[in-house]
Design a protein around this ligand. Sequence first.
Ligand code: NAP
Length: 282
Amino acid sequence: MQIIDGKAVSASVRERIKNEVEALKNMGKETGLAVIIVGNDPASKVYVNNKKKGCEQVGINSYEYALPEETTTQELLQLINRLNSDTKVDGILCQLPLPAHIDEKTVINSIAPEKDVDAFHPVNTGHIMIGDYSFLPCTPAGIIEMLKFYGIEISGKECVVIGRSNIVGKPMAMLLLQNNGTVTVCHSKTENLAEVTRRADILVAAVGKANFVTPDMVKDGAVVIDVGMNRNAQGKLCGDADFENVKDKCSYITPVPGGVGPMTITMLLNNTLTASKNNTKQ
Ligand code: NAP
């Protein structure tokens, strides 16, 4: 069994991004990411800080817009509108979730697709569907990058994704399919879940429940990718897999923390780099 080291893969990808950002800068093109946060959600603040640190590390200029909880949808749309036409800004990220009174869908749809580095805009999700894209959603893209880094073959393999959210499960399934995996997507209405997951050569869990994936759900020698970010009874960060009991059945497994998480921000930086490169072509 080998533990997939998301930090190591992430460091290697960030090194490449840093070199490319610097090369663009030497040609006179700086790269910029606007990060918008609304309200005081502590987890969101941590994510935004990590995104800013990531930008610093690879030489991307980050511009933070911290707006008060009572910001209206209209005010947020005005800011995004301004950033859409700001040439210093290659990518725009609006940290989710937004406060309940803000219309999240309208906000996501207002980001110019060419600056939508989270790849949540329907135009970008459509591009992913047809396999012709600039940006991939960060978490699934990071997972594909990790599989490739470890030389794990996707083509022809049985891939099972548990979870069908728009940000993880569905795009993950599309990317595995594009890489020639045979893909099954499971969700809360799936019958005989363990029977389905036991078929998987590559099992991706994106459920959001601690200890959800138990050894009886895993085929011997499977690759288990754990997307979950949960707190266990002791308040410790953990994934969806019962790691201690599952790991010995696997050929590879991602730990939580230190697996999928570090790759997500790295792929955001990669998408910002892509947006910047695209802007040099116009
Ligand atoms: P989500 O929107 O809550 O989706 C969870 C999915 O799990 C849903 O599709 C749901 O099915 C399915 N599910 C729930 N109970 C199930 C059951 N008993 N059997 C089978 N499927 C079940 O969550 P998400 O946004 O995709 O995130 C999933 C997890 O990944 C969370 O822990 C989140 O914190 C984490 N995450 C981590 C990263 C990272 O960078 N590491 C990034 C994003 C998310 P239905 O559709 O039928 O309800």
